[in-house]
Write a protein that binds this ligand. Sequence first.
Ligand SMILES: [Zn+2]
Length: 252
Amino acid sequence: MLNISKLKVANDEQGENLGFDCPICNNKGYYYELVDGKITKFTCKCKPRRDSVKHMRESGLGDMLERFTFKNFIANDDWQKEALEKARKFFKQPDGKWFVMCGNPGSGKTHFCTALAGEFLKAGKALRYMRWVDDGGRIKAAINDTPAYNNLIIPLKEAEALYIDDFLKSPRDSKTGKYRITDGDFKLAFDLLDYRYNHPELITIISTELSIVELLDIDEAVGSRIYQRSKDTCVSIVGKDKNWRLRENQND
Ligand SMILES: [Zn+2]
Protein backbone atom coordinates (compact mmCIF):
# COMPACT_ATOMS: atom_id res chain seq x y z
CA MET A 1 0.00 0.00 0.00
CA LEU A 2 1.27 3.48 -0.80
CA ASN A 3 2.13 5.64 2.15
CA ILE A 4 -0.54 8.12 1.15
CA SER A 5 -3.24 5.40 1.38
CA LYS A 6 -1.84 4.15 4.69
CA LEU A 7 -1.95 7.72 5.93
CA LYS A 8 -5.62 7.98 5.03
CA VAL A 9 -6.45 4.70 6.77
CA ALA A 10 -4.58 5.79 9.92
CA ASN A 11 -6.24 9.21 9.97
CA ASP A 12 -9.71 7.82 9.25
CA GLU A 13 -9.64 5.68 12.36
CA GLN A 14 -12.18 7.03 14.85
CA GLY A 15 -11.53 7.76 18.50
CA GLU A 16 -14.04 8.22 21.26
CA ASN A 17 -16.34 11.23 20.99
CA LEU A 18 -16.14 12.76 24.46
CA GLY A 19 -18.99 15.21 24.00
CA PHE A 20 -17.23 17.28 21.34
CA ASP A 21 -16.18 16.42 17.82
CA CYS A 22 -12.72 17.09 16.42
CA PRO A 23 -12.51 16.70 12.62
CA ILE A 24 -8.72 17.12 12.66
CA CYS A 25 -7.94 13.89 14.55
CA ASN A 26 -11.36 12.15 14.35
CA ASN A 27 -11.42 12.21 18.14
CA LYS A 28 -8.23 10.22 18.64
CA GLY A 29 -6.16 13.06 20.10
CA TYR A 30 -3.48 12.51 17.48
CA TYR A 31 -3.17 12.52 13.67
CA TYR A 32 -0.59 11.60 11.04
CA GLU A 33 1.18 13.53 8.32
CA LEU A 34 3.81 12.59 5.78
CA VAL A 35 7.19 14.03 6.73
CA ASP A 36 9.96 13.28 4.21
CA GLY A 37 7.80 10.45 2.90
CA LYS A 38 7.39 8.88 6.35
CA ILE A 39 4.14 8.64 8.27
CA THR A 40 4.64 10.75 11.38
CA LYS A 41 2.38 11.04 14.39
CA PHE A 42 1.37 14.44 15.81
CA THR A 43 -0.52 15.40 18.94
CA CYS A 44 -3.77 17.19 18.13
CA LYS A 45 -4.57 20.57 19.68
CA CYS A 46 -7.75 19.04 21.17
CA LYS A 47 -5.67 16.62 23.30
CA PRO A 48 -5.59 18.70 26.53
CA ARG A 49 -9.38 19.16 26.41
CA ARG A 50 -9.85 15.48 25.56
CA ASP A 51 -7.63 14.46 28.51
CA SER A 52 -9.49 16.80 30.84
CA VAL A 53 -12.90 15.30 29.94
CA LYS A 54 -11.48 11.79 30.31
CA HIS A 55 -9.97 12.64 33.67
CA MET A 56 -13.33 14.00 34.84
CA ARG A 57 -15.04 10.76 33.85
CA GLU A 58 -12.35 8.65 35.47
CA SER A 59 -12.08 10.77 38.62
CA GLY A 60 -14.99 9.06 40.36
CA LEU A 61 -16.61 12.40 41.18
CA GLY A 62 -19.40 11.98 38.60
CA ASP A 63 -22.21 14.54 38.78
CA MET A 64 -20.78 15.99 42.00
CA LEU A 65 -18.59 18.09 39.72
CA GLU A 66 -21.66 19.89 38.35
CA ARG A 67 -23.41 20.24 41.69
CA PHE A 68 -20.47 21.39 43.76
CA THR A 69 -18.72 24.39 42.23
CA PHE A 70 -17.33 27.65 43.56
CA LYS A 71 -19.95 29.49 41.51
CA ASN A 72 -22.88 28.21 43.55
CA PHE A 73 -21.27 29.11 46.84
CA ILE A 74 -21.65 32.52 48.45
CA ALA A 75 -18.79 33.66 50.66
CA ASN A 76 -20.33 36.19 53.08
CA ASP A 77 -18.56 35.26 56.27
CA ASP A 78 -14.92 36.02 56.91
CA TRP A 79 -13.96 32.38 57.34
CA GLN A 80 -15.61 31.51 54.02
CA LYS A 81 -13.67 34.28 52.30
CA GLU A 82 -10.51 33.02 53.97
CA ALA A 83 -11.28 29.48 52.75
CA LEU A 84 -11.69 30.72 49.18
CA GLU A 85 -8.51 32.76 49.40
CA LYS A 86 -6.52 29.75 50.64
CA ALA A 87 -8.03 27.54 47.94
CA ARG A 88 -7.11 30.10 45.29
CA LYS A 89 -3.53 30.33 46.51
CA PHE A 90 -3.25 26.55 46.67
CA PHE A 91 -4.63 26.22 43.14
CA LYS A 92 -2.02 28.63 41.81
CA GLN A 93 0.86 26.96 43.63
CA PRO A 94 0.06 23.49 44.95
CA ASP A 95 3.67 22.25 44.98
CA GLY A 96 4.78 20.98 48.34
CA LYS A 97 1.43 21.80 49.97
CA TRP A 98 -1.76 19.90 50.71
CA PHE A 99 -5.16 21.54 50.92
CA VAL A 100 -6.83 20.27 54.09
CA MET A 101 -10.35 21.09 55.25
CA CYS A 102 -11.43 20.04 58.74
CA GLY A 103 -15.11 20.25 59.56
CA ASN A 104 -18.17 18.60 61.06
CA PRO A 105 -20.60 16.59 58.95
CA GLY A 106 -22.77 18.99 56.95
CA SER A 107 -20.22 21.79 57.15
CA GLY A 108 -19.84 21.87 53.38
CA LYS A 109 -16.31 20.54 53.18
CA THR A 110 -17.22 18.02 50.48
CA HIS A 111 -18.79 20.82 48.42
CA PHE A 112 -15.75 23.02 48.83
CA CYS A 113 -13.13 20.34 48.18
CA THR A 114 -15.06 18.99 45.18
CA ALA A 115 -15.17 22.49 43.70
CA LEU A 116 -11.41 22.74 44.14
CA ALA A 117 -10.89 19.26 42.66
CA GLY A 118 -13.03 20.33 39.70
CA GLU A 119 -10.75 23.30 39.06
CA PHE A 120 -7.73 20.99 38.87
CA LEU A 121 -9.61 18.69 36.47
CA LYS A 122 -10.51 21.67 34.27
CA ALA A 123 -6.83 22.59 34.29
CA GLY A 124 -6.10 19.15 32.81
CA LYS A 125 -4.82 17.36 35.92
CA ALA A 126 -5.53 13.64 36.25
CA LEU A 127 -7.37 13.75 39.57
CA ARG A 128 -8.69 10.76 41.45
CA TYR A 129 -11.42 10.85 44.08
CA MET A 130 -11.10 8.53 47.08
CA ARG A 131 -13.86 8.09 49.65
CA TRP A 132 -12.12 6.90 52.78
CA VAL A 133 -15.02 4.77 53.94
CA ASP A 134 -15.78 2.95 50.65
CA ASP A 135 -12.54 2.99 48.68
CA GLY A 136 -10.41 2.71 51.81
CA GLY A 137 -12.54 -0.20 52.98
CA ARG A 138 -11.94 -2.05 49.73
CA ILE A 139 -8.19 -1.50 49.94
CA LYS A 140 -8.01 -2.58 53.60
CA ALA A 141 -9.94 -5.75 52.73
CA ALA A 142 -7.26 -6.62 50.16
CA ILE A 143 -4.36 -6.25 52.59
CA ASN A 144 -3.43 -9.96 52.49
CA ASP A 145 -3.53 -10.13 48.70
CA THR A 146 -0.52 -8.06 47.62
CA PRO A 147 -1.31 -7.84 43.86
CA ALA A 148 -4.93 -6.85 44.57
CA TYR A 149 -3.81 -4.36 47.24
CA ASN A 150 -1.30 -2.79 44.86
CA ASN A 151 -3.81 -2.62 42.02
CA LEU A 152 -6.10 -0.60 44.24
CA ILE A 153 -3.62 1.62 46.03
CA ILE A 154 -0.99 2.44 43.40
CA PRO A 155 -3.34 4.50 41.17
CA LEU A 156 -4.25 6.59 44.25
CA LYS A 157 -0.69 6.87 45.54
CA GLU A 158 0.63 7.99 42.17
CA ALA A 159 -2.34 10.08 41.01
CA GLU A 160 -1.25 13.46 39.67
CA ALA A 161 -3.95 14.90 41.93
CA LEU A 162 -5.85 13.10 44.69
CA TYR A 163 -8.85 14.18 46.71
CA ILE A 164 -9.43 12.09 49.85
CA ASP A 165 -12.93 12.64 51.23
CA ASP A 166 -13.69 12.02 54.92
CA PHE A 167 -10.14 10.97 55.70
CA LEU A 168 -9.98 8.39 58.55
CA LYS A 169 -13.76 8.43 59.01
CA SER A 170 -14.65 5.37 61.11
CA PRO A 171 -17.47 4.12 63.32
CA ARG A 172 -17.58 6.02 66.62
CA ASP A 173 -17.18 4.48 70.05
CA SER A 174 -20.57 4.64 71.79
CA LYS A 175 -19.02 5.80 75.10
CA THR A 176 -16.27 8.25 74.10
CA GLY A 177 -17.81 9.40 70.81
CA LYS A 178 -14.36 9.11 69.25
CA TYR A 179 -13.52 7.30 66.04
CA ARG A 180 -12.49 3.66 66.40
CA ILE A 181 -9.66 3.81 63.90
CA THR A 182 -8.08 0.44 63.19
CA ASP A 183 -4.48 -0.55 62.50
CA GLY A 184 -5.60 -1.13 58.91
CA ASP A 185 -6.65 2.53 58.68
CA PHE A 186 -3.32 3.74 60.06
CA LYS A 187 -1.37 1.50 57.71
CA LEU A 188 -3.33 2.64 54.70
CA ALA A 189 -3.12 6.31 55.72
CA PHE A 190 0.65 6.09 56.16
CA ASP A 191 1.21 4.09 52.98
CA LEU A 192 -0.74 6.60 50.91
CA LEU A 193 0.34 9.87 52.51
CA ASP A 194 4.00 9.01 53.07
CA TYR A 195 4.33 8.32 49.35
CA ARG A 196 2.69 11.63 48.48
CA TYR A 197 4.74 13.43 51.13
CA ASN A 198 7.89 12.21 49.39
CA HIS A 199 6.58 13.36 46.00
CA PRO A 200 5.76 17.03 46.65
CA GLU A 201 4.80 17.58 43.01
CA LEU A 202 1.65 15.50 43.55
CA ILE A 203 -1.47 17.53 44.35
CA THR A 204 -3.38 16.43 47.45
CA ILE A 205 -6.73 17.60 48.82
CA ILE A 206 -8.05 16.15 52.08
CA SER A 207 -11.37 16.63 53.85
CA THR A 208 -11.79 15.28 57.36
CA GLU A 209 -13.99 15.58 60.42
CA LEU A 210 -10.85 15.53 62.57
CA SER A 211 -8.86 18.62 63.51
CA ILE A 212 -5.10 18.79 62.93
CA VAL A 213 -4.59 18.45 66.70
CA GLU A 214 -6.73 15.31 66.75
CA LEU A 215 -4.83 13.93 63.75
CA LEU A 216 -1.53 14.54 65.56
CA ASP A 217 -2.91 12.88 68.70
CA ILE A 218 -4.21 9.85 66.84
CA ASP A 219 -1.10 9.12 64.79
CA GLU A 220 1.94 11.32 64.89
CA ALA A 221 3.57 9.96 61.74
CA VAL A 222 0.48 10.70 59.64
CA GLY A 223 -0.59 13.80 61.58
CA SER A 224 2.82 15.46 61.36
CA ARG A 225 3.00 14.94 57.59
CA ILE A 226 -0.43 16.51 57.17
CA TYR A 227 0.54 19.38 59.48
CA GLN A 228 3.82 20.00 57.61
CA ARG A 229 2.12 20.14 54.24
CA SER A 230 -0.92 22.20 55.24
CA LYS A 231 0.44 24.83 57.63
CA ASP A 232 -0.72 27.65 55.34
CA THR A 233 -3.42 25.80 53.48
CA CYS A 234 -5.54 24.22 56.20
CA VAL A 235 -9.09 25.47 56.67
CA SER A 236 -10.81 24.53 59.90
CA ILE A 237 -14.57 24.93 59.94
CA VAL A 238 -15.14 23.08 63.18
CA GLY A 239 -17.64 25.01 65.28
CA LYS A 240 -18.20 27.67 62.61
CA ASP A 241 -21.60 28.65 61.24
CA LYS A 242 -22.40 25.52 59.32
CA ASN A 243 -24.86 27.13 56.96
CA TRP A 244 -23.00 26.84 53.70
CA ARG A 245 -25.57 28.85 51.68
CA LEU A 246 -25.92 27.39 48.25
CA ARG A 247 -27.19 29.38 45.33
CA GLU A 248 -29.85 26.87 44.52
CA ASN A 249 -31.03 28.41 41.26
CA GLN A 250 -27.72 29.15 39.70
CA ASN A 251 -26.48 26.34 37.55
CA ASP A 252 -23.78 27.91 35.47
ZN1 LIG B 1 -8.33 16.63 17.66
